[in-house]
Design a protein around this ligand. Sequence first.
Ligand code: MTE
Ligand code: CO
Length: 390
Amino acid sequence: RASSDPAFAEIQPWMQELGDPVDAAPYGMPSEFEAHVQRKTVYWLTADPISSINFTPLHELDGIITPNGLCFERHHSGAAHVDPALHRLMINGLVDRELVFTMEDLMRFPRENHVYFLECAANSGMEWRGSQLNGCQFTHGMIHNVMYTGIPLRLLLAEAGIQTAGKWLLAEGADAAGMTRSIPMEKALDDCLVAFKMNGEALRVEQGYPLRLVVPGWEGNMWVKWLRRLEVGDEPWHHREETSKYTDLLADGKARRFTWEMDAKSVITNPSPQAPLTHGAGPTVLSGLAWSGRGTIPRVDVTLDGGKNWHQARMSGPSLSKSMHRFYFEFDWNGQPLLLQSRAHDSTGYVQPTKNALRELRGTNSIYHNNGIQTWHVKKTGEAENVEVS
Ligand code: MTE
Ligand code: CO
């Protein structure tokens, strides 16, 4: 902190000229000085940008809500531009009445508001065999956390009347990928939503406008976007996205099927490789995110020395089930290298494991469901890099 600074006395153009009139931006955008805050892809990860992924810039955000324009995107056949006037949602299969809803029909059902994280099962998937990508945007950015407004799925299913043999639900998207996933009826009747708003405004095209399925706490692939059909059946369909993809190949060649729930996980977002310490030794603020598909995060531990000493972080902001939680740890940096890690505890008592503990159980064939503890090595210069401690 300086007691005087010549920059304060400089007369800037914005002090001398009138600003923009109201309505200069009928739909507002962030300051031009925030232009670097962007979703980013990693070009070599996928063969084609149509079936690809980009990542939420977690290191640029604070609090728990992801701004709509920064929510990571994962499309199997590109983002479909669906006209809501032409869009329909069908419920068919083992139901008493097959139904087709217009968007207008859906707006007449009772709706609810809930904040949930959506994490792609492949988040941190590139790190199974060792530390690889430099930045929490790339290691952990296949996640977003928004408030959804939607209709409880159970209300729509009740309207159609589920027959007693109806134990499973197939959700289908209107995009060219025709994405489909099987969902057990128990989950469908529990907390799933058919959502049409995110953070108060219409879903973004990238997130499935005008309708998406919300499957709280479960892997992102099941949250079918551009939702057009729900079929009630007596067994799972075993389509592509639940056989050749989104199953976890173990070391012995067998694969785990249906790994629905996202295990508790956390990451330090600041400092991190894209957000180095630039101020030298002295007081600093460490910050991060934690979440669990099974409930809330009552506690996060933080270590500065690669796990020798753990400190309890300070949680701040709403603690909602199946939502991201924000934590902070303020400390005096002595200017020496740090090995930063965070470890989430969820409300079931589960504690986030080390990467090596996960590998012992599941081998390294997997892409999906890597919730191991992340390490950032902060150098004397304040720069940070992705490493592992054994
Ligand atoms: N739904 C449809 N119809 N098509 C898709 O390609 N991708 C799935 C899921 N739902 C997908 C979809 C995957 S793998 C994930 S991780 C999430 O949507 C990503 O949601 P987002 O793009 O809102 O981040
Ligand atoms: Co995914």
